[in-house]
Design a protein around this ligand. Structure first.
Ligand code: SF4
Length: 541
């Protein structure tokens, strides 16, 4: 039965992303601004942060040491003075390609677009019963009682339009802690008029209720009501699903998941090499059915930084005891193994090391360097954790691995259930930053955890929109009764469908099959990406 896509290219791709640090959200929206021509609407909350533009007057408008009030202070390239974002404030980033209907044409772009964003906020407030909201001449944003002697600012607006494409957006105070704007800064440098919030106006609404209205009105305004919305889980319990149809752990796997595995003498020889060098491969640890094929193809995945992870994702058979200190001889041994195994494509993977200040990035970077020293012709792919989204990622990016791989693992809605210590927006931001650093980026996820077709399509759209060039999709297999159940066996035809869907989105290579794992056919995928980049380079030259 041919699969029909539920997604229309003219839809507004609405994503509720939960609480997202400012820099991570900026990385995602910058990537969607540059790499995608689709219509996106990102909705989220930020942890406490003050942002300011180059022309800000911090001397007069910043009244505290941000660290003393648990906030970040971030300089961003936008107009306007210092402002605040934090819990209880809905932040909305429309990343749109404005069409003639939106009044495109030089400076008119910006004016017409700002007017449209203001009206979206005013209409949202009206839907919530706030009928005295409007524009206050001479002042940006949306105000309560703008015609009175004491108008109050309820929503800050700061946008950028470049070549008809938009980014940044607005911040609406729902149940915001207004002390951050009253005691710690002079918001937007406007001292003469106060700020307020829906809660202060006596409007008791949740962020979710406001998100529902903004998403509906934005789609009406910009995409004729066409919307493709996917939210991360709103609460820990919002994703408790009906488990009655889950696959029993004792159930026999379908034939396509029962490959005949035989290891020839070369595999046994390679295993000995690895033992001699005291190295571990995920290929062996996970009992991967593709081992002999990959090794014969000159690809293997070595696990560095030990086998004890500081996280416990629901699908992963990993040791979660306290990790041991990094073994500083390991980079050298990894490089020796690459030489002995004559690897053309070496994949380095790691557990999450949240116990290390840099999340283990310097160690992985050292492995890349050592391999380059001993085997310069070997391509190096690094499959990394998110290093909590910190600047430590740049340590590895500077070493320029040939492929930067970071798995998003599942769809937005299931993130909290499947990988509670990670996040959808965080993973997109890691991939966006790596792409911005000029690296070939790759990500992967599993089917069989309860995701729907439209959610898988949305995940592929988001990966493509942050510039990901390589994707792997495989079937989730339950490692033990303590791990998440398999909700269903995805039919092989589904993988073929998603591979085609991904290709249509411009993803260079989608390796998708029930037995696909993150490094399966990694060498081939990287070669294909390089070919396509060189074709592209020729075409733009
Ligand atoms: S972070 Fe990686 S290694 Fe650790 S539990 Fe999750 S998937 Fe497994």
């Amino acid at each position: 039965m041919a699969r029909e896509s539920s997604h229309s290219a003219t839809s507004l791709n609405v994503r509720w992303l939960g609480k997202v640090p400012y820099r991570e959200a900026l990385a995602v929206q910058t990537a969607m601004f540059s790499n995608s021509n689709m219509q996106h609407l990102l909705l989220l909350e930020h942890p406490h942060v003050f942002t300011y533009g180059p022309s800000s007057d911090l001397e007069h408008n910043l009244k505290c040491d941000p660290t003393q009030v648990g906030a970040e202070l971030i300089k961003v390239n936008r107009g306007g003075d210092i402002t605040y974002h934090g819990p209880g404030q809905l932040v909305v980033y429309p990343i749109l390609s404005l069409t003639a209907k939106h009044g495109v044409g030089g400076p008119a772009d910006m004016k017409a677009y700002v007017c449209a964003v203001e009206q979206l906020v005013i209409d949202t407030l009206a839907e919530l019963g706030v009928t005295n909201a409007g524009r206050f001449d001479g002042y940006p944003g949306v105000w309560i009682n703008p015609k009175s002697v004491t108008p109050q600012k309820i929503c800050a607006i700061g946008v950028r339009v470049s070549r008809g494409r938009t980014m940044h957006g607005f911040a609406l105070n729902v149940s915001t802690d207004l002390r951050y704007m009253r005691e710690h800064i002079v918001p937007c440098g406007i001292a003469e008029y106060p700020v307020t919030s829906l809660a202060e106006l006596g409007i008791d609404v949740s962020i979710k209720q406001v998100v529902d209205i903004v998403a509906m009105l934005a789609a009406k305004r910009w995409t004729n009501g066409e919307v493709d919305r996917h939210d991360v889980a709103w609460s820990a319990h919002s994703e408790e699903s009906d488990t009655s149809s889950n696959v029993e752990i004792s159930a026999r796997k379908p034939v396509w998941l029962r490959p005949h595995v035989s290891h020839g003498p070369e595999v046994l020889a390679t295993k000995k090499t690895l033992r001699d060098l005291n190295l571990v491969t995920v290929c062996e640890e996970a009992g991967c059915p593709n081992l002999s094929e990959c090794w014969a193809d000159g690809t293997a995945t070595m696990m560095v930084l030990g086998e004890r992870c500081t996280r416990a994702c629901g699908f992963c058979l990993i040791d979660t005891r306290k990790p041991l200190a990094p073994d500083f001889d390991e980079p050298g041994r990894v490089a020796q193994a690459v030489v002995k195994m004559k690897l053309e494509h070496a994949v380095l993977t790691m557990v999450a090391r949240d116990d290390l200040a840099d999340g283990g990035m310097a160690h992985v970077a050292a492995c890349v360097r050592e391999i380059r020293n001993l085997s310069p012709q070997t391509r190096v792919e690094t499959l990394i954790s998110d290093a909590k989204g910190t600047d430590a990622l740049d340590i590895l990016f500077l070493e320029r691995p040939d492929v930067l791989n970071h798995n998003i693992e599942t769809v937005a809605r299931l993130q909290r259930q499947v990988r509670p210590s990670a996040g959808y927006a965080r993973s997109l931001s890691v991939l966006a930053r790596a792409r911005r650093a000029g690296l070939t980026t790759k990500s992967g996820f599993m089917l069989g955890l309860g995701e729907r077709q439209d959610e898988v399509e949305a995940t592929l759209i988001d990966l493509a929109s942050v510039g990901v060039q390589l994707v792997t999709i495989g079937q989730y297999l339950r490692p033990s009764a303590d791990h998440l159940p398999v909700v269903r066996w995805a039919d092989p035809s589904e993988f073929t469908y998603y591979a085609e869907f991904g290709k249509q989105l411009g993803i260079n290579h989608v390796q998708a099959s029930p037995l696909t794992r993150s490094s399966y056919h990694a060498k081939r995928a990287a070669e294909q990406a390089n070919e396509q980049v060189s074709v592209h380079l020729v075409s733009i030259r």
